[in-house]
Design a protein around this ligand. Structure first.
Ligand SMILES: [Zn+2]
Length: 400
């Protein structure tokens, strides 16, 4: 079996080691031996003392809306959520095919260290399966470098855009999507029961997980969450539900938030955050302390929603730590864990869930050899500096 040794790297910023990889997994970890040189079997890669982390997992990215690779387009959408949805709907066919733009962004993400992705593909009466096809093509193009799962996203609503339920069903019949999506059941469709019954009905019919974008805040958000929990409990979908954005956690009183977190734990519901700006912030520390699976994503990038985003999860990790005011070594490590292993656990609830603070989680013998090497004196220094240097290892082999 082909063996690659990545020499002189520091897992999670610890002591330097040589990592031997074969068949896509780490097969040996030895103290770094600068004198070993060519005596090692197989190919060797000089890790140059860089910090090794499990590769990044982006759990919330809209590959079907990006304009990455095209000339910068000035932002024109009006301020409301509805106006953003309409601006995207009016513009997404411009300039270049979805497959080209999605591939440009996916390639960029991989080159910056992401090898696990949950991407969204919008499904509605306007797009049909066209946007999904574009994301599928990008996924296919980078199948060797990255594992992409796709959520069918009814962003324009389901009840208010009736063909959507049928098109989602069609995408599931084709086996083209891995996750059933939903969005703000009260605010978009104004029919939370109708919306969630379709989402969970399809999830049950095709035995797929769900991912609900819930931007709703305050009591409205908590109400939507209750309806979600009710369905997860009734269908026994423990571990198979993600709530994205999750702004209800940052906009309710302490007792309500505690109750919501207790139910996340009981039902093993995951949280995906995009490290948003603004005053409504999820209680990251409390979620981590409670053992909730938390993943990080980059959301829409360079699209009709936002001119921001650069495909680099290392920068998004900085944004998470900055917006959450994470400062201690342990807190910053929890941030890095969310951007790497936490994301893997959101995408696949059966993924290992090692302790974030013990040993070198995700970089032990037997672990998958998808790694990213980054520069930094310590892990904390690396996160706050978030320097551009990068080496990406996929299945034990360096990319690029
Ligand atoms: Zn989103």
């Amino acid at each position: 079996m082909a063996r690659t040794t990545i020499r002189n790297v520091r897992p999670w910023g610890g002591d330097p080691v040589d990592l031997s990889c074969a068949d896509g997994v780490i097969v040996a970890i030895d103290p770094a031996s600068p004198g070993a040189g060519d005596a090692l079997d197989g190919e060797t890669v000089d890790g140059a003392g860089l910090i090794a982390l499990p590769s990044f997992a982006d759990v919330h990215v809209h590959l079907d809306s990006t304009r990455w690779g095209l000339p910068f387009r000035s932002h024109t959408a009006g301020p409301s959520l509805r106006e953003h949805i309409l601006a995207d709907r009016a513009g997404w066919r411009e300039d270049a095919p979805i497959a080209e733009k999605a591939s440009a962004m996916l390639g960029r993400m991989i080159s910056r260290g992401t090898t696990k992705v949950r991407s969204y593909a919008q499904i509605d009466s306007d797009a049909g399966l066209e946007r999904l096809d574009g994301v599928l093509e990008a996924k296919e193009r980078y199948a060797r470098e990255c594992d992409v799962t796709i959520m069918g996203f009814p962003q324009s609503g389901i009840i208010s855009d009736p063909p959507t339920a049928r098109i989602l069903d069609q995408a599931l019949t084709l086996g083209a999507i891995d996750v059933v999506g939903g969005i703000d059941p009260c605010a978009i469709d104004r029919d939370p029961k109708g919306h969630l019954d379709v989402v969970f009905g399809l999830a049950e019919k095709y035995q797929k997980p769900v991912d609900l974008h819930i931007h709703e805040t305050g009591t409205l958000g908590a109400f939507s969450w209750d309806l979600v929990f009710e369905r997860v409990r009734a269908l026994g979908m423990h571990g198979r539900c993600t709530i994205s954005h999750a702004l209800a956690l940052g906009s309710n009183d302490e007792r309500t938030v505690r109750t919501l977190i207790e139910q996340l734990v009981e039902l093993d519901v995951a949280i995906a955050t995009v490290a948003p700006r603004g005053s409504v912030q999820i209680p990251f520390r409390e979620l981590v302390a409670a053992g909730v699976r938390v993943g990080l994503g980059q959301d829409g990038m360079r699209d009709y929603w936002s001119p921001y985003g650069d495909g680099d999860m290392w920068n998004r990790l900085f944004q998470l730590c900055w917006s959450q005011n994470l400062k201690t070594d342990d807190e910053l490590r929890h941030g890095a864990y969310a951007a790497t292993l936490g994301g893997r656990q959101v995408i696949d609830p059966a993924a290992p869930r090692p302790d974030a603070l013990a040993g070198t989680p995700g970089i032990e013998v037997g672990d998958e050899a998808d790694l990213v090497l980054v520069a930094g004196e310590t892990l904390s220094a690396a996160v706050v500096d978030h320097l551009p240097d990068r080496t990406v290892i996929r299945a034990g082999v360096p990319l690029g």
